[in-house]
Unconditional design. Structure first.
Length: 225
C-alpha cells in the first residue's frame, strides 16, 4: 500500500503538484486540520479535540479545525475520544509500542509514521512535513523524532519519499551540499539514483539535467476542441 501523509507545511504544495501530475495513492493520511482543505482517508490529531473547540490555542488553525471536525466522517486518531465526534478513535499506542519496541513520540507526525510502520505499508510519501516553526527548539525536536521513525520505517523495508521543498532528511539541500565535508571539495561527491539503486559519485560525472522549456504550455486554448 502506498500512502501520502500530508501536513500544513509549505511543501504541501508538492502534494498538489503530485496530484496534478496524476500521481495516485492508496490512502491519504492528514495531520490535524489539513482534511478541511483536501480529501483525507484518515487523520492524526493527537491533541485533545477540546483544544480546538474550547480554546484559541491553535491560533490561525482554530477556524479550519472546527470546520473540519464538523464535516469529517473518516477516522481521526487522537489521545482521547469525544462524545460529539464519533469519528475520533483512540490511537493504538500500546499495540504500536509493543509491536515496534519503541515509544518515542513528541509530535503528531511521528504517531502517523509509527502507524505506517505498524500497518506495514509499502511506501510513505511525505508532504507538508517541514518543521519550520517559529520555535526553533520545538522544530528541531519534532524533526528529529519524525526522522527517527522514517529510519525505523526504512529498516522495515518501507520506502520513504519526501516532498522536494521539505527540509526533512535534508531533502531541499542542494545535492552538492548534502554530504558534509565532501561539499567543500572542488568536485564534491553527490548522491544520485541509477537503475533504482543509490550511487555516490563525483559531481563532474553526473549528467546535467535536460534544459527546461522556457515557456512551457501545460494546458491552454490549443487543447480545446
Amino acid at each position: 500500500m502506498k500512502i501520502a501523509i500530508v501536513g500544513l507545511g509549505g511543501s504541501y504544495a508538492d502534494y498538489i503538484s503530485a496530484r496534478v501530475a496524476s500521481q495516485e495513492f492508496d490512502e491519504i493520511w492528514g495531520i490535524n486540520c489539513i482534511g478541511g482543505i483536501i480529501h483525507v482517508d484518515r487523520t492524526f490529531m493527537m491533541d485533545p479535540v477540546t483544544r480546538f473547540l474550547d480554546t484559541e490555542n491553535a491560533g490561525s488553525q482554530t477556524g479550519i479545525a472546527r470546520e473540519f471536525l464538523a464535516k469529517n466522517t473518516a477516522p481521526i486518531y487522537s489521545c482521547v475520544e469525544h462524545p460529539d465526534f464519533p469519528a475520533i478513535e483512540l490511537y493504538p499506542l500500546e499495540k504500536i509500542a509493543k509491536a515496534t519496541g519503541l515509544c518515542y513520540f513528541n509530535n503528531t507526525v511521528a504517531y502517523a509514521m509509527a502507524y505506517a510502520v505498524w500497518k506495514k505499508v509499502e511506501k510513505v510519501c511525505l508532504f507538508g512535513i517541514d518543521f519550520t516553526y517559529k520555535n526553533v527548539n520545538m522544530a528541531e525536536s519534532g524533526r528529529a523524532c519524525v526522522e527517527f521513525w522514517c529510519a525505523t520505517a526504512i529498516s522495515k523495508g518501507i520506502k520513504i519519499e519526501v516532498a522536494h521543498r521539505s527540509g526533512l532528511m535534508d531533502t531541499n539541500v542542494p545535492d552538492n551540499e548534502k554530504l558534509y565535508g565532501y561539499h567543500r571539495l572542488d568536485d564534491p561527491l553527490v548522491q544520485t539514483i541509477e537503475n533504482g539503486s543509490l550511487l555516490i559519485t563525483k559531481q563532474s560525472k553526473i549528467q546535467p539535467p535536460e534544459p527546461v522549456e522556457s515557456d512551457p504550455v501545460i494546458f491552454g486554448r490549443h487543447d480545446n476542441v
